[in-house]
Design a protein around this ligand. Structure first.
Ligand SMILES: Cc1cc2nc3c(=O)[nH]c(=O)nc-3n(C[C@H](O)[C@H](O)[C@H](O)COP(=O)(O)OP(=O)(O)OC[C@H]3O[C@@H](n4cnc5c(N)ncnc54)[C@H](O)[C@@H]3O)c2cc1C
Length: 339
């Protein structure tokens, strides 16, 4: 079943930006062996390969040549280890329902990452983060298959080289592995992380992980557009990191500019604030716009395509460069273009 190969498969509902896209071939293998066989087939046919999770961090072109693989390994189980619990989860499990299920069992560690869309297999790639927590903090191991020869490996958190929206999967291992599963280390001991935003005000004293996760969901729903209603990929740009000197210069002009010291003489700025200060919040051109409540989110009103979105995004980034001299880097990844 899981090796069924679909031709000319429509992916326009498989990406949260709602961009029109057809895959030349598509398969959703639900086990490791079918996945290996499909990798071999792609190699024999010299098909370009695209990996797809929930499509919430991808910009898809109108036509994707070769094979699109969406790992559908959907198992998860818990292993008790003293005060910790290891959670073993397949790449095809949806992240947010997993977080709610774990929080509901009283396990601490992922509750601040509630309501992030996508599948578990993609979560380590940009080291998903929100409300002061990053996935890398709870990763025990990442399970991968090498595309070249189908061999498997288990990577430690150190080997994953997690950073801000960054990991080895965006660097040395980019395009070389399929992530097949994760092991997360969660805790039964209360460990609320409430310092970020107004999270502390939203929960009572001694909250449960489920209460924290629910508060995170409530805040996110107020701020972020739901991709089901309005196409988007969450934050379209990373928060830029600049030198302390550059930040001080900018602060002379704009003393109210949000800034966070990230050590090593580096300061993180808020990309959404910079975009808003360029007067672009709520700006619309053609089929795309800057969201009216959160300037970091670019939205698709329908009818547009990847090319138009990239031009729109360039305009936003160029405006920030011209006004502040700060370079914005795109967060969603570009799938391969058709030849
Ligand atoms: C409304 C909204 C809010 C968001 N909020 C946040 C947030 O708070 N914090 C945050 O960090 N991100 C956020 N995101 C971004 C996104 O949800 C995450 O990056 C998520 O992990 C992407 O998962 P996905 O399954 O949708 O990946 P996809 O978009 O399908 O793929 C992303 C990348 O991973 C590759 N990939 C997918 N699966 C695999 C695999 N099994 N093996 C190897 N490579 C693979 C793809 O080829 C692609 O390059 C948000 C997005 C949206 C739409």
């Amino acid at each position: 079943m899981s090796e069924i190969l679909l031709a000319d498969h429509d992916l326009s509902r498989a990406n949260t930006l709602g961009l029109p896209c057809r895959a030349e071939h598509f398969a959703a293998p639900a086990a490791i062996e079918p996945l290996r066989r499909l990798l071999r087939l792609a190699s024999e046919q010299a098909w370009p390969l695209t990996l797809l999770g929930g499509g919430s961090n991808l910009i898809l072109p109108a036509h994707l040549p070769g094979l699109v693989l969406q790992p559908a390994l959907r198992h998860w189980w818990l292993e008790s280890r003293g005060d910790s619990v290891l959670v073993h989860v397949g790449a095809g499990v949806e992240w947010h329902p997993l977080v709610m299920a774990l929080a509901g069992r009283g396990l601490w560690g992922t509750e601040n990452l509630a309501l992030i869309p996508g599948h578990c297999g993609a979560a380590p790639i940009q080291n998903i983060g929100a409300y002061g927590v990053e996935l890398g903090e709870v990763i025990e191991a990442v399970h991968v298959l090498f595309i070249e020869d189908g061999s498997s490996a288990v990577l430690t958190p150190e080997a994953c080289a997690f950073g801000y929206r960054d990991s080895i999967f965006k660097r040395e291992l980019e395009g070389r592995v399929v992530i097949t599963g994760l092991s997360l280390r969660l805790s039964r001991e209360a460990a609320p992380r409430l310092a970020y935003g107004d999270l502390a005000r939203r929960v009572g004293a001694n909250p449960s992980p489920l209460e924290v996760a629910q508060a995170v969901c409530a805040i996110r729903r107020e701020k972020l557009p739901d991709p089901v209603e309005l196409g988007n990929a969450g934050s379209f740009f990373k928060n830029p990191i600049v030198s302390r000197d550059q930040a001080l210069e900018l602060l002379e002009d704009c003393p109210d500019m949000p800034h966070f010291d990230v050590g090593d003489g580096q300061i993180k700025l808020a990309a959404g604030w910079l975009i808003e200060r360029c007067g672009l919040k709520g700006w619309r051109e053609g089929h795309f716009g800057v969201h009216s409540r959160q300037a970091l989110v670019l939205v698709h009103f329908g009818g547009g395509d990847a090319g138009e979105l990239l031009l729109f995004a360039d305009h936003v980034a160029e405006s920030v460069q011209a006004r502040f001299g700060v370079t914005l880097e795109r967060e969603p990844r570009l799938a391969i273009e058709s030849p």
